[in-house]
Design a protein. Sequence first.
Length: 203
Amino acid sequence: MTAKVYLIDDDPVITYVLVDLVESIGLPYAVFTNSQTFLAQAQTSMSGCIVTDVRMPGMSGLDLQDELRQREIDLPMIFISSYPEVPSVVRAMRGGALDFFQKPFSTQQLLDRIQDGLRMDQARAEMQARSREIGERMASLTPREREVLAGIFEGKLTKVIADELGISQRTAETYRHLIMQKLQAGSVAELVRMSMEFMPRPG
């Protein structure tokens, strides 16, 4: 899905400013006048960055942030507000907001943060894709290969792994070679790093 800047504000003047801002550097965008309309189209596969007002009729921008977290839609959020009360700012930032701007805001600073948000979301998407790819490779391992990998992950020598599994050291080394091939790991360090997300921590 194409990354977009999602602009959510019930004020047509502010919306015009935001649209003019993102159009100035050719960023794709979508406009919503309230949180509910945005949520009706929100999906976990969405990519991009959200710029939202705090106070809007119906659901506030802060409540939108909570709802998106519940739905596991992890898009960088930038808040704007005419009256940024301390509790609202704290709630937004603790909730993972990228930034919080007071109206009137510096258009250049806001644009810089929007671009930061787009880069962050792209990096997140790449990490998720990489994680899925490694997960698929892990799933291709046989039960015995998984046992050998568990031993490697625990820092055991090949001889120790072989003794524990009742196989020869050469066989254990062959399994390790096959595991590294299947996972496309260039070194034991890379193998362990790839395994960290999928193996229980030793101890």
